[in-house]
Design a protein. Structure first.
Length: 340
């Protein structure tokens, strides 16, 4: 019989329990690492003075210059500075031949002057320069709607998880893992210095959905392994949870890789090599979040569920039965067989 491919054999050994990684047993280490990551993720925006909010959230004036040959950021900065002294414009090459310039709120006269200066410095006609204005009220509305959307998503996820698994402890573990992913993703995004845009918020919510999906897959296996627990004498509840995590590990890896590869292509090839700057915010949020979503399920949600149930009377009794059975088996194996 031909041998299984190495990765397939690896997955088979994880599923049967021949090979196992102690995700649940080392929960103190994982919780400490997760707590440190969450703390750092909270401190990063504080130290940096907040998130780098895009114009949709902070308001201001925006100019788009198309058909340019010179894509240097300094050209746009100097054009704006020549009209509005002391201005700190954000100039981005959003696609080949197209520049985006964002400034604070400008008057009508300043807008016309900046438009003319950009057309002249970039060597295009004024018809190639478009301008828009986003007021602070719009920015506040977008921020409020994003926050409401996030709160509603988390609340609905918690309720649906509790109803689906019929236990609030599994829901609590899943939502805790989700919050850990959410905070660390936001912290790393802040560290990158990328703008927080509506596209980034969409990517952020997509990440939460992905993380929740991965958690449901693992928790479904946990529920299957721990069914009829009172009759099980081979493994304790915590060991069954750990087995479920190992059994779904290959699937989690495969799903993550399949999801990350196209996002990485968009981020590194589209955004950096091809200069599609409008894709960076969305792809970075997805790239960070997909990876952290998988890790959150493996190292936070599943171990936390086992920890939450560790002192339940039936769990304690079942663990005692398993340990007694093992002790009995070990003693039986240690008794020498009488010679015939």
């Amino acid at each position: 019989m031909s041998k299984l491919p190495r990765f397939a054999r690896f997955g088979n050994e994880l599923y049967t329990g021949k090979r196992s990684y102690n995700f649940v047993g080392r929960y103190k280490l994982w919780f400490t690492v997760a707590a440190a990551a969450i703390l750092l993720s909270i401190l990063i925006p504080v130290v940096k003075g907040g998130f780098n909010l895009g114009i949709d959230f902070r308001g201001g004036s925006e100019f788009t210059v198309s058909g340019v040959e010179k894509t240097e950021v300094s050209v746009g900065e100097e054009a704006v500075a020549g009209v509005v002294s002391g201005s700190d414009p954000r100039v981005t090459n959003i696609s080949p031949g197209t520049m985006r310039i964002q400034t604070e709120e400008l008057s009508d006269d300043q807008t016309l002057e900046v438009k003319a200066a950009l057309a002249e410095d970039y060597g295009v006609s004024e018809e190639n320069v478009t301008s828009t204005f986003i007021g602070p009220t719009w920015g506040n509305d977008v921020s409020r709607q994003a926050l409401v959307g996030l709160v509603v998503f988390v609340a609905l996820a918690a309720i649906l998880m509790a109803l689906y698994f019929r236990t609030w402890k599994m829901s609590l573990a899943a939502i805790t893992g989700l919050l850990a992913v959410m905070i660390t993703t936001a912290g790393l995004y802040s560290l990158s210095g990328f703008e927080v845009t509506p596209s980034a918020i969409i990517g952020f919510l997509t990440v939460l959905s992905y993380s929740l999906y991965d958690t449901v897959v693992v928790f479904d296996k946990i529920r299957e392994n721990t069914a009829n627990l009172e009759k099980q004498t081979k493994r304790t509840f915590a060991e069954q949870v750990n087995l479920a995590v190992n059994q779904t590990l290959v699937r989690s890896i495969n799903t993550s890789v399949v999801a990350v590869l196209p996002v990485a292509s968009v981020l590194f090839i589209g955004a950096y090599l091809l200069g599609a700057g409008t894709l960076k915010d969305l792809s970075l949020a997805l790239f960070i979040g997909i990876i952290l979503g998988t890790l959150g399920t493996l190292f936070v949600a599943a171990p936390l569920y086992a920890w939450l149930r560790r002192k339940e009377p039936e769990i304690v009794k079942q663990a005692k039965r398993v340990n007694d059975q093992r002790t009995h088996s070990e003693r039986s194996a240690a008794v020498p067989t009488a010679a015939t």
